[in-house]
Structures are given as structure tokens and as C-alpha cells.
Design a protein around this ligand. Structure first.
Ligand SMILES: Cc1ncc(C[n+]2csc(CCOP(=O)(O)OP(=O)(O)O)c2C)c(N)n1
Length: 463
């Protein structure tokens, strides 16, 4: 089964595009369950990616993926179907976008929440160099929990740049998304699409005497009504034209809205609602389990450091009520699910916000708690300033349980924990420990749960 390129998409009618989406889904399920990789995020973004690649030209326009774990359909549509046999293997096709792999990959990805910044930079470059192309980024509601995304929204909203931010809102990060923004989006999701409202409004106004003139000229009334009825002004107040919420599995609607976004004169946010895992029953019912799947036949080599860590910390927390556990959207990956279930009041999932997690941990430590931030090594890189400014200068006792240290294999260069020993040892007062066995890890946690010995770090090596 051959997947066509982006040019062919433009020639297809909606029935053909839908049929293609079905074929893409079957291919993804068959291929990714064999090789391992990110499954449910890609299944949820099939129609959305097809609509994006049809509306924009991936080779001349710039499509920037956030995290990039949902770029498989883009890879398929830009000539890399054969690469799926070697997905995420040494020398094979990357699981993330990579400009060295294809001109259609506008940028690298792997760490969350940077896509709006990168896209804004590209839009500004286009303007300054007199370029003639569109810039669009695809970000998830999970990625929107990262502070970097907000810094970018803040800047982009006042920039006046022609820039399309597509928000793929499936209500999920790896697990259910957290925080006030997730709550705001959930409320937004159940509202009627603004473009539907606009159409209905037009119809009503054209039917009443004098309504036609009112429709044409009284923009303020329309705006006031829109806000009163839909109250979707959060992004609008940040300076974006808001389009949505759109049904992320309705190709016709998606193409129509993306075309409108493409032609808008300034920054636009297209809010698209999708179902993670769509079309594959196991992934639809357990999208977190199918977020990343292992290669068929992959054997687990005994209990992981993450699970030893999680169990021991939970044991300690039964006696030591000052222990709190913090994760930045990686509850399961860091082994904290047992802790979260037993001590929901002392477990904090802050979203994909590693910098915030470290500063918050510093606040907890200053007030007498023993915060333990369990974090993947490469994601802790996000927090370098907070480690120095908020933890080290005051000499606070914060425990960093650094997971996935060393080379991580399949996820590749963006995820290698290659710098932790180097950058952590520069932090004044920081002690770095690296257990060589589960027993050592347990002993280390026994020691660091008290704070009279100064700060401690242990690094859990990957099995
Ligand atoms: C800085 C950083 N922290 C954590 C992660 C791990 N991670 C990968 S995907 C993901 C969830 C992303 O959720 P969302 O953006 O909503 O995309 P979805 O998978 O739901 O499509 C997380 C937490 C990461 N890639 N980068």
C-alpha cells in the first residue's frame, strides 16, 4: 500500500481523502506495533495532518511540530514510508522531525513547548527577508502547559506576524492533561464552533428586515454577541484571531478552516479537537498506554530503576510526612504512579513545566518540606537557571531523582541524558550520586529523605 505525496492530496476529493486516512491508520497500527514508537498521538492527528499538508506545502511553507512525536503522518506524506521499517533504530528513521532527514522537516523537535517560538522566529525571518511562504506550528494541549509556549503566545500575539498556531486539543498530555489551561480548553471544547455561529448569525441577520445592513456594518454588535455567547476571548485577548473549536476528524471542516487561517493577515490560533488513539480501539480506550509502544517481542529486563525509586519513595513517605513528589507530566515514566495513588495530597503533576517544578520545589523546601522532583535527565536541562537561582543560592534541600540518564536509545539525540553530570556538578553545593544497583538506589533515598546533610542528587541509570 503506497501513501501518496502532498501534491496528490490537492487533487483528491473528500471521499478519497477519507479513504486515505483509513489507509494511513491501518499502516500506522501495523507498522508501529511492530517497530515500537508513538502511536496514539499519531492516530489522533491523521485527518489534521492530511488537512495541513493539503492546505500548506510542507516543502516551501514551514510546518513546525511541537514535541514531534505526532509527525509520523507528515513523514508518510513526504516520501518516507519506507523509513518506517527502521523507525527509531540506529541509523534508521528518527521518531521526530529532523531537517537532515527531509526538507519537509522545518525544524527538529523532541522537547515540548518550543514550536510557537520557533515558528514566530521563522515568520519574522520571512518578513525581514521578503519571503513568500506560510508558517504554521502544530502544538498539543499538553505542550501548552509549558511556560515557553506562553512566552511565545505573549510575543506572537502582539507581533502582527502572519502565523498559524494549530492547537491539537485531545484533553491528554501523556496522561490526562492538568491545570487551569486544560480546564479552560475543556470548557471551550463543548462550545459550538465559532464559524458555525458566524454562519448561523449571517443567516438570521439576512432574514430579518434591516439585518443585512446591520450584519455588514455593525461589526461591534457581532463582536459583542460573539463574546457574550462564546466567550472564546482568551486567545483573542492575547492578540490571536481564534478559529474553532473544530472537529479534528472532519476533513472538510479542517481544510476550510485552515484555508481561512492561511489567508489571515496576522496571528491565528486554530483550536482543533481530536481523539487521541482515534480509529484503533485499544489506543482509544487507553491512550496513555499507547502513547509510546515498545517494539514487538521487546523483553523487559527486570525491575527498572524508575519502579524501584517509586516504590521506595512511597515507603519512605509513609513515615516521613514531609516528603512530596513532583513530576512534570511524567507520572508513569518516572515511577510515581504508586505514590500518586497513595498520597494524592503530596503528589504534584505541574504539567510540562520543568522550570516551574524546580522553583516550586525550592519554595516547598524553604518552608520545611522535602520535595523530590522526579525528572528525565534531558528535560531537567530546561531548569538550569532555576537550579542555580532558586535552589543553590539559598542552599535548599531539593532532591532530584534524575531518570533516563545516559544514552536513551530509540528517542535519539533530543532525549539523551548526556549532560546531567556535567551541568549538575557546576551547581554550587550540588552532590551527584549515581547508584549502580537497586539496593544502592534504596540506600541513597534513605539518606536524602532528611535534609540535614545538604542537597543530594541521585541519578538512576537506565536499564
Ligand atoms: C520538555 C519536555 N518534557 C516532557 C516531555 C515528554 N512528553 C512527550 S509527549 C508529552 C505529552 C504531550 O502532550 P500533547 O502536547 O498534548 O500531545 P499529544 O501526545 O496529546 O498529542 C510529554 C509530556 C517532552 N517531550 N518534553
Amino acid at each position: 500500500m503506497t501513501i501518496p505525496g502532498p501534491e496528490a492530496l490537492k487533487e483528491m476529493d473528500y471521499a478519497q481523502l477519507e479513504e486515505l486516512c483509513g489507509r494511513i491508520r491501518s499502516f500506522l497500527v501495523e507498522s508501529v506495533t511492530k517497530t515500537g514508537g508513538h502511536l496514539s498521538s499519531n492516530l489522533g492527528a491523521v485527518e489534521l495532518t492530511v488537512a495541513l499538508e493539503r492546505t500548506f506545502d510542507p516543502f516551501t511553507d514551514r510546518i513546525v511540530f511541537d514535541v514531534g512525536h505526532q509527525s509520523y503522518v507528515h513523514k508518510l506524506l513526504t516520501g518516507r514510508q519506507a523509513g518506517f521499517e527502521t523507525l527509531r533504530s540506529l541509523g534508521g528513521m528518527s521518531g521526530f522531525p529532523k531537517p537532515s532527514e527531509s526538507d519537509a522537516d522545518a525544524f527538529i523537535a523532541g522537547h515540548a513547548s518550543n514550536s510557537i517560538s520557533v515558528a514566530l522566529g521563522m515568520a519574522r525571518a520571512r518578513t525581514l527577508t521578503g519571503g513568500d511562504y506560510s508558517v504554521v506550528c502544530l502544538t498539543g494541549d499538553g505542550a501548552l502547559t509549558g511556560g515557553l509556549a506562553f512566552e511565545a503566545l505573549n510575543d506572537a500575539g502582539q507581533s502582527g506576524e502572519r502565523l498559524v498556531v494549530v492547537l491539537n486539543d485531545n484533553g491528554m498530555s501523556i496522561k490526562k492533561n492538568v491545570g487551569a489551561v486544560a480546564r479552560m480548553l475543556a470548557a471551550q471544547r463543548v462550545k459550538p464552533a465559532y464559524y458555525k455561529f458566524k454562519k448561523g448569525y449571517r443567516k438570521v441577520m439576512f432574514a430579518v428586515p434591516g439585518g443585512k445592513a446591520l450584519y455588514r456594518f455593525n461589526h461591534n454588535v457581532k463582536e459583542a454577541l460573539k463574546h457574550a455567547i462564546l466567550h472564546n476571548s482568551t486567545f483573542e485577548e492575547l492578540g490571536f484571531q481564534y478559529i474553532g473549536p473544530a472537529n479534528g476528524h472532519d476533513l472538510k471542516q479542517l481544510c476550510y478552516l485552515l484555508e481561512a487561517a492561511k489567508n489571515a493577515p496576522g496571528p491565528v490560533l486554530v483550536h482543533v479537537v481530536t481523539k487521541k488513539g482515534k480509529g484503533y480501539a485499544p489506543a482509544e480506550s487507553e491512550p496513555d498506554k499507547y502513547h509510546g509502544v515498545s517494539a514487538a517481542g521487546a523483553k523487559s529486563c527486570g525491575e527498572s530503576f524508575s519502579s524501584v525509586f517509586g516504590r521506595k519513595l512511597t515507603e519512605l513517605a509513609r513515615e516521613n510526612r514531609r516528603i512530596c513528589a513532583i513530576t512534570a507530566a511524567m507520572e508513569q515514566g518516572t515511577g510515581l504512579d504508586g505514590f500518586a495513588a497513595e498520597f494524592p495530597d503530596r503528589f504534584f503533576d505541574v504539567g510540562i513545566a520543568e522550570g516551574h517544578a524546580v522553583s516550586m520545589a525550592a519554595g516547598m523546601a524553604k518552608q520545611g518540606l522535602v520535595p523530590v522532583f522526579a525528572v528525565y535527565s534531558s528535560f531537567l536541562q530546561r531548569s538550569f537557571d532555576m537550579l542555580i537561582h532558586d535552589v543553590a543560592i539559598l542552599g535548599l534541600h531539593v532532591v532530584f531523582a534524575v531518570d533516563r540518564a545516559g544514552l536513551v536509545g530509540e528517542d535519539g539525540e533530543t532525549h539523551h541524558g548526556a549532560f546531567d553530570v556535567g551541568f549538575l556538578r557546576q551547581v554550587p553545593g550540588m552532590t551527584v550520586w549515581s547508584p549502580s544497583s537497586a539496593a544502592e538506589l534504596r540506600d541513597m533515598l534513605d539518606v536524602v529523605q532528611v535534609d540535614d546533610l545538604g542537597r543530594r542528587v541521585h541519578i538512576a541509570q537506565r536499564q
